[in-house]
Design a protein around this ligand. Structure first.
Ligand SMILES: *Cc1c(COP(=O)(O)O)cnc(C)c1O
Length: 484
């Protein structure tokens, strides 16, 4: 039932035409199509109508309010949505913030191919059609010791492609301790079902033994799948089977099959997820096998992300035996999930940096942040603190530097605590919550801090030196918005 009071308020709503005739919307006519402006007007009116009907709005409406709401919507089309952000969270591979920032060399390579034609699928020696896979395959092989490699859109795509090619209509054996959910609806059992692979679970949540895999082997088995528990750990009374033991099991079974004249082989495939190329000191006791180690331990195939510990662009990389990678290259999914020229350029440039590990550590931002010496991080936090003390209004804040724990993030090394330092700002005027809203929502370049005990923390491990002045400006702007 609409009350008569509500009806009165509804009558105060302007018509679409009236909103469009306003000078504020007419001023946007040169910038936006009429249709878009009309839609903004309609949405603004309908949102106000909703509020009247659900009684969150109980007073008459000034048409100016609706006009302003429509204008804000229209202006939204003119502002970039995907933009640079400043990560002061201390989470290095932050999935919500785009995981790995690219190295300068990678960004430059993207610019080069983005703005002109390129050799994407052109072989300049043969002066004929080439393959886009060639740009990264050689480097991937050189760096991991694998025979062959292919890169696709992301690691989720790589897993789907590998399962679809090698386990479709067959059985893949996986430990119950590794039936992981990576996040965003990517769950191993669901991906198995999606790929028409029959999942055979073995072992228990905490312990799986080699004998469990052996018992589960059957004539339809095509794969022993190992999934890296990227984002969680079973600690305590736990055990899993190492790659080289899976290799032995597969070898024995393949030998038996050869003697019986069966040519369907059993593969060992590891979904390694984070894909480290270098084991960094900061990983400490949590250090994981690198991709090269998994290859050496006997995996037929290893897949991993391009933008986690590798520090490159979003990509999914599969390395392994040539005859298997050749089959993947021919799979229709490889075509559907192929990389574009810009990602390939960034990936190639990032991989090239790994040819010299010192260069990789210095130039790849993710590796630099992970491996930066504690003292340097401390120094940066102190520098930021000094600067804030000098630029922020007298008596508005207390600023100090506190030890903090940074994280790898990106579903990698969840237990690994990386020593860090944060610049802590406590508020005499305004509040930490208010300030966070301002820094995140009101700035063209949002600054994402951490809030702890009514203070705003800027973790210096994920900040770069050239971002510090922007933090000063943003905090000053916050205090201007709060007023004297
Ligand atoms: C992160 C991860 C994935 C998904 O990789 P994306 O590159 O994000 O698609 C798959 N498997 C494991 C084990 C992971 O850690």
């Amino acid at each position: 039932m609409i009350s008569s009071a509500q009806q009165d308020i509804l009558r105060s709503l302007p018509q679409v035409e009236e909103v469009l005739r306003s000078s504020r919307l007419r001023a946007l006519e040169a910038l936006l199509p009429h249709q878009v402006l009309a839609d903004c007007a309609r949405e603004a009116i309908s949102e106000h109508r909703e509020n009247i009907l659900n009684k969150t709005r109980c007073s008459t409406i000034d048409p100016d309010e609706v006009i302003e709401a429509a204008r804000t919507k229209a202006l939204g089309y003119l502002e970039p949505s995907l933009r640079r952000a400043i990560n002061a969270t201390g989470v290095i591979v932050h999935t919500n913030l785009g995981r790995s920032p690219l190295a300068d060399e990678a960004a430059e390579a993207v610019m080069q191919v983005a703005r002109s034609y390129s050799t994407l699928e052109y072989d300049t020696n043969l002066r004929a059609r080439g393959s886009r896979h060639d740009h990264v395959e050689g480097l991937l092989c050189a760096l991991t010791g694998a025979e062959a490699a292919i890169a696709v859109n992301n690691n989720a795509a790589a897993v789907v492609m590998v399962l679809a090619e090698f386990a479709k209509g067959h059985e893949a054996i996986v430990s119950r301790g590794e039936l992981v959910e990576i996040g965003g609806s990517f769950r191993i059992p669901d991906i198995m079902a999606f790929s028409d692979a029959c999942m055979v679970e073995v072992g228990t949540t905490n312990k799986t033994h080699a004998a469990d895999y052996e018992r589960a082997l059957g004539p339809h088995t095509s794969m022993l799948l190992k999934v890296h528990p990227s984002n969680y750990r079973v600690v305590g009374f736990s055990e899993s089977v190492a790659i080289n033991d899976l290799r032995e099991i597969a070898d024995r079974e393949n030998e038996r099959r050869r003697q019986e004249g069966i040519d369907q082989e059993v593969l060992v495939y590891e979904d390694q997820g984070s894909g480290a190329f270098i084991n960094l000191a900061c990983f400490g006791e949590y250090a994981e096998p690198t991709v090269a180690e998994s290859v050496r331990s006997g995996c037929d195939l290893v897949s991993f992300s391009g933008d986690k510990l590798l520090g490159g662009p979003q990509a999914g990389i599969v390395v392994g035996s040539k005859h298997l990678i050749d089959r993947l290259k021919k799979n229709p999914l490889a075509r559907a999930m192929r990389l574009d020229k810009m990602t390939l350029a960034a990936l190639e440039a990032t991989l090239r940096l790994y040819l010299n590990p010192d260069t990789a550590l210095k130039n790849i931002p993710t590796l630099r942040m992970l491996s930066e010496a504690d003292e340097r991080v401390h120094e940066r936090a102190e520098r930021l603190a000094d600067m804030l003390r000098s630029v922020l209004p007298q008596g508005s804040t207390r600023v100090d530097v506190v030890p903090e724990i940074a994280r790898t993030g990106g579903g990698a090394l969840p237990l690994c605590e990386i020593a860090s330092f944060a610049t802590r700002v406590s508020f005499e005027r305004g509040s930490a919550q208010d300030c966070e809203i301002f820094l995140v929502s009101k700035r063209t370049t949002p600054i994402i801090p951490r809030i702890k005990n009514d203070a705003v923390l800027f973790d210096a491990r994920t900040l770069s030196d050239d971002e510090l002045p922007e933090l000063g400006e943003a905090l000053c702007a916050y205090f201007e918005s709060v007023g004297a």
